[in-house]
Design a protein around this ligand. Structure first.
Ligand code: AGP
Length: 372
């Protein structure tokens, strides 16, 4: 009913709107008086975590995209090698695991069979397993050595939205926790990142207030035969996530690429009018990544692409290359997916609705996939 959807047309829109609160709830009480990050259930000692020499993140679908973002943050902050792997592939390639390997299993439902089987395989090889999960008492956290719950509240729509953003927050917290107990980050450095995280709900509210243009754009794009998404660094998983949302909801062909890979093949797909959604990194710092992405945008535009550019507000230089510009509030580079993902969620939802699809219950999909 409309009441259940909080006045929104779809659960998905309700859940998109709930994201600022979901982030705030996931952050609540995570920084102790002693300046330490607090996880939920940790049946591992600090020494166990100090002994970790390699991290594997395993997950499926959208949760896998959260894991891809986590790799950038964890390696940057913790300085431990971190690999991300699709849970459905993990155990079949006989990964090298031992007592000093930390496996992080990310799952909204806590019941995805692929992720559960990857976790069991890791445990058989004596690896430590830490779960990031949105569902209290579900199987994956029950079978893990430690848990960090995302406090996103129940997610009803099949397409994951608020669970994804809270998974990102959980990944950042785990990275900060590991960095702190291993002595690579000081308490004040951790507190500075947490403070930036605490500002994201407000920034996100501002962003959500400006989605009218994205809605208009959706009506324009509903007949496109393909939509491409490009990004670099943490913008790459955001591009993959934007494409996945469009596939699952609008049943349209969509693909996400690392912007730098375009010239190695995919640029051949660009034709007159092909929509390309470009996720632009922040111009902060030396802006090297941003400049690279901007030249990738020029390359696709020179071949006829219609560019939809998601960039930090105030980055006026990108305007010249954008057929549509979607500005997002400024955020530190590693945290940017908390902003840049959101217009892509709205875009997919609105395109699907414009095409007359059941946004909350897309065909052929289940909310939690309990078969391998
Ligand atoms: C996301 O929109 C999907 N419906 C799907 O990819 C989902 O993220 C995946 O099945 C993993 O689910 P989980 O997080 O509950 O394990």
């Amino acid at each position: 009913s409309a009441a259940e959807k909080g006045g929104h047309d779809y659960f998905m829109l309700k859940e998109i709107a709930e994201q600022p609160q979901a982030i705030a709830d996931t952050l609540l009480g995570r920084l102790s008086d002693r300046g330490e990050i607090v996880l939920d259930e940790v049946r591992l000692t600090d020494q166990d975590l100090r002994d970790v020499d390699k991290i594997f993140i395993v997950a499926c679908g959208t949760s896998y995209h959260a894991g891809m973002v986590a790799k950038y943050a964890i390696e940057h902050w913790v300085r431990i090698p971190c690999e991300v792997e699709l849970a459905s592939e993990f155990r079949y390639r006989d990964p090298i695991l031992d007592r000093s390997t930390l496996v992080v299993a990310i799952s909204q439902s806590g019941e995805s069979m692929d992720t559960l089987m990857a976790l069991r395989h890791a445990k058989e090889q004596k690896a430590r397993v830490l779960a990031i999960c949105n569902t209290n008492g579900s199987t994956i956290p029950r079978e893990s050595d430690a848990v960090l719950y995302t406090h996103g509240g129940p997610e009803v729509a099949v397409a994951s939205t608020k669970a994804f953003l809270t998974q990102l927050v959980a990944c950042y917290l785990i990275g900060l926790h590991l960095a702190q107990i291993r002595g690579v980050m000081y308490a004040d450095e951790v507190a500075a990142v947490v403070e930036k995280l605490q500002q994201t709900p407000d920034s996100l509210r501002t962003l959500l207030g400006r989605m009218e243009e994205v809605r208009e754009l959706a009506r324009d794009l509903k007949t496109a035969s393909t939509v491409l998404f490009i990004g670099r660094h943490v913008g790459f998983p955001v591009a993959l996530e934007g494409a996945l949302k469009l596939k699952e909801l609008a049943y349209m062909h969509a693909e996400g690429f690392a912007a730098g890979e375009l010239k190695h093949g995919p640029i051949a797909l660009i034709d007159e009018g092909t929509p390309v959604v470009c996720v632009v990194p922040s111009p902060a710092g030396r802006g090297v990544m941003r400049d690279k992405v901007v030249s990738n945008i020029q390359e696709v535009r020179a071949r006829g692409a219609r560019t939809i550019v998601i960039a930090e507000e105030g980055d006026e230089d990108v305007r010249a290359y954008a057929d549509h510009l979607i500005p997002v509030p400024a955020t530190p580079t590693l945290l940017a997916p908390l902003m840049t993902t959101v217009p892509l969620q709205v875009l997919a939802c609105e395109i699907a609705a414009a095409r007359g699809h059941d946004v909350d219950q897309p065909r052929n999909l289940a909310k939690s996939v309990t078969v391998e």
